[in-house]
Design a protein around this ligand. Structure first.
Ligand SMILES: Nc1ncnc2c1ncn2[C@@H]1O[C@H](COP(=O)(O)OP(=O)(O)OP(=O)(O)O)[C@@H](O)[C@H]1O
Length: 292
């Protein structure tokens, strides 16, 4: 079990902000930290990793104290049993895929662990390639395999899939889930993507200006956000075409473009690139099966 109870005063462009987080996480749970930019998600992950020190508090993992401000305990990242994957592919450029995965392993175990992870992550064919010969998705798969190599108590993922295109992101979400099912590391994921939170995690903490605004299962948390709609999508405005007193707003949802008629009032808050939610309260949707 992981118990985190930390505070830290952060210095943001809008002035000081108190980051406060208290939670216990069961072994093997997949937890997401969700929230707007600047809410403190990355800083929280860095505190758990030992890369940034909290001002006050404790972090305990499976009965071991990683941080305790009163007892002046602050284990270094190397002393903490963690695997980390960040958005930028921090692989060793001069090493092959297999060498990257095995880099932190003791020599005696290296061969068997690397062989297993290459197989599980579907990387056998790429074992001798260098990172610059891989696609973004392949590099993140290597980074994930490397993060799992030491069988960490805690897997820390900071938007690991956000630089990938949608199709690759969906594929890697599946792989991440199957790796999680197989090795069951307790996992903390930072994500901006609501569909990703739903697909991957069983528990979500919504951070807003350093504080936990809501927490629970993704369904509980996002259903209680004040909109009583029955269905909704999130997407991005890609085009707006004025048509008389209204506009046709083209919204990218997944890999589809959805067109929505918006009033002049609604359009004032929209521009190309804006992330939006499309929701409906009264509706009669048709469910049409798609060809596989
Ligand atoms: N060590 C630190 N000391 C003081 N302030 C910090 C420290 N690290 C980060 N901050 C500030 O805390 C704020 C929150 O940053 P953080 O990167 O944790 O947010 P985030 O929720 O991860 O945002 P994003 O989703 O954009 O990555 C930022 O304004 C940042 O400048």
């Amino acid at each position: 079990m992981i118990s985190i109870n930390v505070t830290k005063r952060l210095h943001t462009a809008d002035g000081p902000m108190e980051l406060e987080f208290r939670a216990t996480v069961e072994d093997g749970q997949f937890v997401t930290l969700f929230g707007p930019s600047g809410a403190g998600k990355t800083t929280l992950l860095r505190m758990v990793a030992g890369l940034t020190a909290p001002d006050q508090g404790t972090i305990e993992v499976n009965g071991q104290t990683w941080f305790d401000s009163n007892r002046r305990i602050n284990l270094s990242p190397r002393q903490r049993s963690i695997g980390m994957v960040f958005q930028d592919y921090a692989l060793f450029p001069h090493m092959s895929v297999a060498q990257n995965i095995g880099a932190a392993l003791p020599r005696a175990k290296r061969h068997s662990v690397v062989r297993e992870l290459l197989e599980v992550a579907g990387l056998q064919e790429l074992a001798s390639r260098k990172p610059d010969q891989l696609s973004g998705g392949q590099r993140q798969r290597v980074a994930l395999a490397r993060a799992l190599a030491l069988r960490p108590s805690l897997l820390l993922l900071d938007e690991p899939l956000s630089a990938l295109d949608l199709q690759m992101r969906l594929k890697l979400q599946e792989e991440l889930l199957s790796l999680h099912r197989r090795y069951q590391p307790t996992t903390l994921l930072v994500s901006h993507d609501m569909s990703e939170v739903f697909r991957l995690s069983s528990r979500v903490f919504v951070l807003e200006r350093g504080q936990v605004a809501r927490s629970g299962s993704p369904a509980e948390v996002f259903a209680s956000s004040g909109i009583s709609n029955k269905f909704r999508f999130t997407g991005e405005v890609v085009h707006m075409v004025p048509s008389g007193v209204v506009s046709i707003v083209h919204i990218l949802v997944g890999s589809d473009i959805v067109q929505v008629v918006a009033s002049g009032q609604e359009c004032r808050e929209l521009q190309v690139g804006k992330r939006v939610m499309i929701a409906s309260k009264a509706f009669n949707p048709l469910i049409i099966p798609l060809a596989e």
